[in-house]
Design a protein around this ligand. Structure first.
Ligand code: SAM
Ligand code: SF4
Ligand code: SF4
Length: 354
């Protein structure tokens, strides 16, 4: 069972037994987009101009069922995955999500189940999710300024509910609770210090994320990115910081502790200091495609074989084959030579999960 160290399972196999990609990277994390819809329209992710009332989201029958998701997750755990993260779109819009958590928590050999959410619906679900086996939650919150919040969410309020969600998550013991803030120049960068201040001295870890060129719809420009080095300098001018243990394998944030003992802060520098070298993340889209990079153009359809009666071995062959052919390092290539030209448009983040 996930989190039960006494049960023997794939976790006890040596690391080298697991599938590695062409660059020697193991598959350690599976991010599962359980829902392509969202109750926000953050312009950096699902801008209103594209995701309007007539936008055709997936029908329920096109999304993987909980049983299908659990099956794929179990097979991926057999190939080395240890961490499962539920994301979207907004995962808490998927009804009965806690039931999925319960099913995932029964998989032998995994270690960790986490959720990334915008937090709007978190207060009402936190205790049940924890009770069913969720370990951790990351809440996306870009600012504490209501007007800026509305702009960053694409016209929605709800700051108060998000803060209540964070409190409920702490009370439920979904720790560590992390707050992810995407920083966009000229939009919310002037509110970063107040966000950091709000959570200093609490168990919540704030992580400041560079705005990325995900998908094809957010009109990303390099000038909109606030480099982590600049954010680090600004935070440090106010509160002295010391780097803490370097990134563990697959860890995305550079971590610092406040010298006055007020906790930890992280910087995620996907644009200015990419971490493809040890990227161990696979993704399962809401319609059942398997992706080996956030910036991929194409995934491998698992839904058709799942629904056509494929055996575990058939599916394992697809997953193993994909991972062992993997050469993705989009962010490093972008860093080395400007924007990477894709032969096909990149998949959108609400399908593939952040
Ligand atoms: N709706 C949930 C949420 O917002 O937490 C889960 C899905 S969302 C796609 C996952 C994460 O991706 C969020 O933390 C969000 O801030 C981040 N994200 C979305 N678009 C981004 C972008 N262009 N650059 C950096 N992070 C982005
Ligand atoms: Fe929705 Fe999350 Fe994307 Fe914002 S970042 S639009 S909350 S999926
Ligand atoms: Fe991993 Fe792709 Fe992001 Fe690089 S660009 S860190 S390979 S998801």
């Amino acid at each position: 069972m996930l989190g039960n160290p006494e049960k023997p399972g794939p976790a006890s196999l040596p690391d080298r037994a697991f599938t590695r990609d062409r660059l020697g990277r193991p598959m350690r994390d599976l991010r599962i987009s359980v829902m392509d819809r969202c109750n926000f329209r953050c312009p950096y992710c699902m801008p209103r101009e594209t995701f309007h009332e007539r936008y055709r989201f997936l029908k329920a029958s096109q999304r993987l069922s909980f049983e299908e998701i659990t099956r794929v997750a179990r097979l991926c755990v057999g190939l080395g995955v240890r961490k499962l993260r539920l994301t979207g779109g907004e995962p808490l819009l998927r009804s009965g999500l806690a039931e999925l958590v319960a099913e995932l928590s029964m998989i032998e050999g995994g270690e960790d189940i986490a959720l990334t959410t915008n937090g709007i619906l978190l207060a009402q679900h936190a205790a049940e999710l924890k009770g069913n086996g969720l370990h951790r939650v990351t809440v996306s919150l870009d600012t504490l300024d209501e007007a800026v919040f509305e702009r960053m969410s694409g016209g929605y309020g709800g700051l108060h509910q998000v803060l209540e969600g964070i409190t409920a998550a702490l009370e439920a013991g979904l720790s560590p609770v992390k707050v992810n803030a995407v920083v966009k120049r000229g939009v919310n960068d002037h509110t970063v210090l107040s966000l950091v201040e709000r959570f200093r001295g609490t168990p919540v870890i704030v992580r400041l994320i560079e705005y990325m060129d995900v998908g094809t719809r957010n009109s990303w420009k390099p000038e909109d990115v606030v480099p982590s080095a600049e954010l680090l300098r600004r935070v440090r001018e106010r509160w002295p910081l010391t780097p803490t243990a370097g990134r563990t394998q697959g860890e995305v944030a550079e971590r610092y502790v406040f010298d006055d003992g007020a906790g930890e802060i992280g910087f995620i520098s996907s644009v200015t200091a990419p971490f493809c070298g040890d990227c161990s993340r696979a993704r399962l889209s809401s319609d059942g495609a398997f992706y080996t990079c956030l910036f991929a153009s194409q995934g491998t359809d698992l839904r058709s074989p799942l629904r056509a009666g494929a055996s575990d071995n058939d599916l394992l062959a697809l997953l193993r084959g994909d991972w062992s052919r993997r050469v993705d390092r989009y962010s490093e290539l972008r860093d080395a030579g400007g924007v990477v030209e894709h032969p096909l448009p990149k998949v959108e983040m609400n399908y593939i999960g952040g």
